[in-house]
Design a protein. Structure first.
Length: 354
């Protein structure tokens, strides 16, 4: 069941900042309460979020791991420059978007690696996923900043990856634990994204070098066409808490998600050449439609959906919390930044650099 709390954020006492969870003053909650996201709101108009973050970094980091996501609301965030100033609190540059799975462009030419959240068609939903979980390298934290809320829709649904894991049917989960997940992407300008966009280079030899470093098979089938395949775990342990979580793109890249995207019934058939991506069990065997739906239902059961307000910042532990996007109408400007590179054992933070 979806939780909607956008109308339940309450102001606290006359202090600089009051932390509120679903309209409940934080001080009245016991230490075991773990609602997602945690809501931190300013009790004064245009509160100084940068000052608060610099003074509360240790508490923030602890809360982020506990709750998986934090919503900052009612602070002095109005422009991309304000968002960049907030990101400077973390003393690390935002990561470049490498090994891409969707088109994305920088929000401003003078602010490096802060992107528009997506240029994906606004009438289509984006399925739940943990950003770049298909890659050998990913960002452990992802941040969204609402500069212009949509006229209608455009929410960023969230789901706790620990809870999603617990709702995957046991036999299916065991299969993924034992085999992992195999990814396949058909990189084509006419189908999805050409390899030049995915790898951010026009040099085939550079692409082959990247794939070799990352244990990815790559076959070029034309000037702008290539097929890549690789295997990764489907279940990970969090590097700080040690908790297990569902961290992958099994749902997002699966062929049945592509069918739904183009309005086909699951009993339809598309040749592999017409699929921009697909996922399998790690041994290469097919994921059935019922198994796909079981994963979809686990996300749906744990979704939290709320409307954006101008200036909202959603700060996620990318491993602990998945996200998606609802369709929308009107203008919508959501900035996003990814920080703190994490990577599979045996790889490095620069595995996809050209």
């Amino acid at each position: 069941m979806e939780s909607n709390f956008s109308d339940n954020i309450a102001s606290g006492p006359a202090t600089t900042i009051d932390t509120v969870i679903y309209g409940v003053n934080r001080s009245s909650l016991n230490d075991e309460t773990r609602l997602m996201p945690l809501v931190i709101s300013s009790s004064q108009p245009n509160g100084d979020l940068v000052s608060w973050m610099n003074a509360n970094k240790t508490v923030f980091e602890s809360d982020l791991v506990k709750h998986g996501g934090i919503l900052f609301r009612g602070f002095n965030i109005r422009t991309s420059a304000d968002f960049k100033e907030f990101m400077n609190c973390f003393n690390t540059d935002p990561l470049p978007y490498l090994f891409r799975s969707s088109p994305r462009k920088e929000l401003s030419s003078d602010i490096k690696n802060i992107y528009l959240s997506t240029t994906y068609p606004q009438e289509r939903p984006i399925n739940m996923h943990n950003e770049t979980s298909y890659s050998r390298v990913w960002g452990r934290k992802i941040v969204f900043c609402c500069l212009v809320p949509a006229e209608k829709g455009g929410e960023t649904p969230l789901a706790d990856s620990r809870l999603v894991l617990s709702d995957i049917p046991p036999e299916l989960l065991t299969r993924f634990r034992e085999t992992g997940v195999k990814y396949r992407r058909n990189l084509s300008e006419g189908l999805g994204m050409p390899w030049q966009e995915v790898f951010q280079t026009n040099d085939k030899e550079e692409v082959l070098g990247i794939c070799k470093r990352n244990d990815i098979t790559c076959v070029f089938t034309g000037r702008n066409d290539a097929v890549i395949e690789w295997v990764k775990p489907a279940v990970y342990r969090h590097p700080v808490s040690g908790e297990e979580m569902w961290f992958n793109h099994v749902l997002f890249f699966n062929k049945y998600a592509r069918y739904e995207e183009v309005g086909l019934d699951h009993n339809s058939y598309l040749p592999e050449d017409y699929l921009s991506s697909d996922t399998f069990f790690g041994d290469g065997s097919d994921i059935s439609y019922n198994q796909y739906r079981s994963i979809w239902e686990a996300y749906e059961k744990n979704k939290v959906v709320f409307s954006y307000q101008q200036g909202d910042i959603i700060f996620l532990d990318n491993m602990l919390t998945s996200h998606g996007r609802n369709p929308y109408s009107g203008e919508r400007v959501i900035a996003t930044a990814i920080i703190e590179a994490s990577y599979d054992e045996g790889y490095s933070a620069v595995s996809f650099n050209v």
